[in-house]
Design a protein around this ligand. Structure first.
Ligand SMILES: Cc1cc2nc3c(=O)[nH]c(=O)nc-3n(C[C@H](O)[C@H](O)[C@H](O)COP(=O)(O)O)c2cc1C
Length: 348
């Protein structure tokens, strides 16, 4: 189906195509049965006290302002992460700011956290109860005087509305945000979040979303910080500023974060390194270049318990979720495995 429409969609400027997708999803016309998968119980997993029907999640950035998450569950996602949400509504960077690199099966974006802000988004979620596991990804406004304060505001407003909160310290498109990968700065931020959590007597799981552009020393430091500060999962990874040399498309040097296939191995390598350090004390949500059963399988054997994707859906359409699940189930059957849990981290 999608392969038929793709040439028409790809004639549109990427951000217009995205808006069109969001507006169509608001109609919520797709029957759930359209994306049903046989034997999905082989993909079920219980993590942080929630039962996930499958580990394939939608990554942050697609439904930034929580407009269509319930329609997205119909594609068969096991969970959906909305955001990044900033305290105040913001426009983001000047357009154009999303680029398709078609032959590289990649995208570059420098959106800069365009979103409707806490007030509108929290109202939206309050009015429209989620039909599945919903994560809310929070970050700071571009012109804020205090990035930490912005994270706290995000936490305060959303801890009651989400199944988990993601602290996004890894977008390359917000100045100084990646500085939170420095150990002292990170500890200070996480302590503040922990204090808020205690204040509200909240048990909400906290995820930390990490940049792929970090040194081995930082991996060790962040793993320790995550273990010692009650982080439930690391999301590995956000988009990369690197790895442009081998790309084919002429827009490969656009400023922004690169996602999709060229990110896949970078993310897998980071997952393997973190998996060894985290020793199952902190979960891994693997993201970067997932678009097939094989790529999902590779993330799981690298050490990911849950997965997310974005760019794969742009190139392969919404049926990518069902196809990944089908392929993954076939792989498991061939290997004589009953549930994918058994292969987490087995490739290390
Ligand atoms: C257009 C676009 C917008 C994104 N916006 C966000 C965002 O707001 N917050 C965030 O944490 N990640 C954002 N991401 C990163 C994705 O969540 C994901 O980490 C990254 O794209 C790698 O996964 P993929 O290769 O499956 O796309 C965005 C990615 C794309 C392509």
């Amino acid at each position: 189906m999608f392969s038929f429409f793709r040439p028409f969609i790809f004639k549109l400027e990427p951000e217009r195509a995205h808006r069109l997708a969001i507006e169509s999803l608001k109609l919520n016309y797709l029957p759930k049965s359209f994306f049903k998968t046989e034997n999905e119980e082989m993909l079920e997993i219980k993590a942080f006290n929630k039962k996930f029907p499958n580990p394939i999640g939608l990554a942050a950035g697609f439904d930034k302002s929580a407009e269509v998450y319930n329609s997205l569950f119909r594609f068969g996602f096991g969970f959906v992460e909305i955001g990044t949400v900033t305290p105040v509504k913001q426009y983001g960077n000047p357009k154009p700011r999303i680029f398709r690199l078609e032959r590289d099966e990649a995208m570059i974006n420098r959106l800069g956290f365009n979103n409707d802000g806490i007030k509108l988004i929290s109202e939206r979620i309050t009015k429209n109860k989620s039909n599945g596991i919903l994560g809310i990804n929070i970050g700071p406004n571009k012109n804020t005087e205090n990035q930490e304060e912005d994270f706290i505001l995000g936490f305060k407003n959303f801890y009651n509305l989400a199944d988990y909160i993601t602290i996004n310290i890894s977008s390359p498109n917000t100045e100084n945000l990646r500085d939170f990968h420095q150990v002292e700065k990170l500890i200070k931020l996480l302590k503040l979040i922990k204090k808020e959590k205690e204040k509200y007597n909240s048990q909400i799981p906290i995820m930390l979303k990490i940049s792929p552009d970090i040194e081995d020393k930082t991996i060790e430091e962040i793993a320790d910080v995550a273990i010692n500060n009650s982080i439930t999962a690391l999301i590995l990874t956000n988009t990369t500023n690197k790895n442009r040399n081998k790309l084919i498309e002429s827009n490969k040097n656009e400023i922004g974060g690169l996602s999709g296939k060229p990110l896949e191995n970078i993310s897998n390598n980071l997952i393997k390194k973190f998996y060894k350090k985290l020793k199952n004390k902190v979960l891994i949500i693997g993201v970067g270049g997932i678009d097939s059963g094989k790529s999902a399988y590779n993330k799981i054997i690298s050490g990911a318990t849950l997965l997310q994707l974005y760019t794969g859906m742009v190139y392969k359409g919404p049926e990518v979720v069902k196809n990944i699940k089908k392929d993954l189930i076939n792989h498991l059957k061939q290997d004589g495995v009953k549930n994918f849990k058994e292969i987490i981290g087995q490739g290390n």
